[in-house]
Write a protein that binds this ligand. Structure first.
Ligand SMILES: Nc1ncnc2c1ncn2[C@@H]1O[C@H](COP(=O)(O)OP(=O)(O)OP(=O)(O)O)[C@@H](O)[C@H]1O
Length: 257
């Protein structure tokens, strides 16, 4: 169970001086749920996802993962909690100058003694698991390739292989498909859906594409200007609810219905 209580974040400096990015968010996400977070640009989706594992420090509120407080936990405890939480970003999540293999094995770093990750000494079992994870995402044969020589879609699949390697209980995704073409986006979401189904992973993803969110998620959360404006199953997300999540703006953004 992931519990979020009264989460608040107001970035100091920069642009949006007046409004907080998160304005008191409370949520309970059950184990095994597949949740998609939708909302207009600047609604606070990334901030929410990043506050869950404290890549962004919230100003107030609590995050509790399976009874363990994430907010306020000291570094060693936070490291143990983060070992259970996988993360896929839009881009730049891999070590681009290192091989695909090293990046995938890095999924286990949090569970390895620190000297192994520092020296790059990995048990043969880890290499076997990494090869198997790469096969699952269709990247067999590219183990030795540098990450920066992969296409965007391949990089995102390598990131999923790293998640498979990590075997997290919770997977957080910050727009993991928004830099991909339709075929690769579908492929990456299908891989995440399989991890959810087969390994019982709890999934929370920020998505821009409403249709895809409705297709894959069992629960949709709408976020607008730092507040929850919808929370329910995809079947309940109709035109009316979408208008509340995405209030009309002068630019007339297309939300890919
Ligand atoms: N590091 C930062 N410093 C200052 N303001 C920030 C910072 N990061 C985000 N913000 C502001 O906080 C608000 C929420 O941003 P956030 O990135 O969480 O929204 P988002 O819903 O993920 O947007 P998008 O869909 O465009 O990625 C925005 O007003 C944004 O400008």
């Amino acid at each position: 169970m992931l519990e979020i209580k009264g989460l608040r974040k107001h970035y100091r400096g920069g642009g949006g001086a007046g409004t907080p990015a998160l304005d008191g968010i409370s949520l309970r996400i059950a184990e095994g749920e597949f949740t998609a977070v939708l909302g207009p640009s600047g609604a606070g989706k990334s901030t929410l996802i990043r506050c869950i594992n404290r890549l962004v420090e919230p100003d107030a509120g609590e995050v509790i993962w399976n009874g363990k407080p994430v907010t306020g936990s000291p570094p060693e405890e936070l490291r143990n909690i983060r070992a259970e939480i996988g993360m896929v970003f839009q881009q730049m999540q891999l070590l681009s100058r290192l091989s695909v293999m090293t990046n995938v094995i890095a999924g286990q770093f949090a569970r390895m003694p620190r000297w192994r990750s520092l020296l790059g000494v990995f048990p043969a079992e880890a290499a076997r698991q990494a090869r198997s994870a790469l096969a699952e995402v269709g990247l067999s044969g590219l183990e030795g390739r540098r990450v920066d020589a992969l296409s965007g879609g391949q990089q995102q699949r390598a990131a999923i292989a790293r998640v498979i390697m990590q075997q997290p209980k919770l997977l957080l995704g910050d727009e993991p498909i928004s830099s991909l073409d339709a075929v690769n986006a579908e492929r990456v979401l299908a891989l995440i859906a399989r991890l959810h189904r087969e390994k019982g992973m709890t999934v929370v993803l920020n998505l821009h594409n409403v249709a895809m969110a409705k297709r894959y998620a069992s629960r949709i959360i709408g976020l607008t200007a730092g507040r929850i404006t919808f929370d329910g199953p995809p079947e309940q997300l109709g035109e009316h609810e979408l208008k509340r999540i995405y209030p009309p703006d002068p630019v007339g953004a297309d939300h890919s219905l």
